[in-house]
Design a protein around this ligand. Structure first.
Ligand code: DGP
Length: 114
């Protein structure tokens, strides 16, 4: 998608502080971090929201979570704990319409989220 910020990070057209990638998934630090560790895990292929996911994307979504696990270990937040969130549509706070799994850690998390 030519007008998608995250597709531009995948293509290298805009810079990203990349911490992890494989053939299907890319992860980079959030520009506006909400915790000492705040990383976004995205599929390299453009998918706008959770609502657009197809059955065939099940493995891809699984790979996003496996990436999150790997990243949490690399960041040293796996044992203390971390949060993964994927917002869907504006009412949930989604502002970039290319699905992304937030990985947040390095501080105590509260519940419920706002
Ligand atoms: P959400 O609100 O769930 O759609 O989260 C979008 C996140 O993306 C938000 O935390 C800020 C981050 N973000 C937006 N634009 C950029 C960018 O150009 N680079 C990076 N690294 N993060 C971005």
């Amino acid at each position: 998608m030519s007008d998608c910020i995250f597709c531009k990070i995948v293509s290298g057209d805009i810079p990203g502080d990349i911490v992890y990638q494989n053939d299907d998934v890319l992860a980079f630090r959030d520009l506006n971090p909400q915790a000492p560790t705040h990383i976004l895990v995205i599929p390299k292929r453009h998918i706008a929201t959770i609502n657009e996911l197809q059955d065939a994307d099940a493995e891809l979504v699984g790979k996003m979570y496996l990436a999150a696990k790997e990243i949490a270990r690399n960041e040293g937040i796996d044992e203390a704990g971390y949060r993964t969130i994927m917002n869907c549509n504006a009412g949930a706070g989604q502002t970039v319409f290319h699905i992304h799994l937030h990985v947040l850690g390095g501080r105590q998390m509260s519940w419920p989220p706002g």
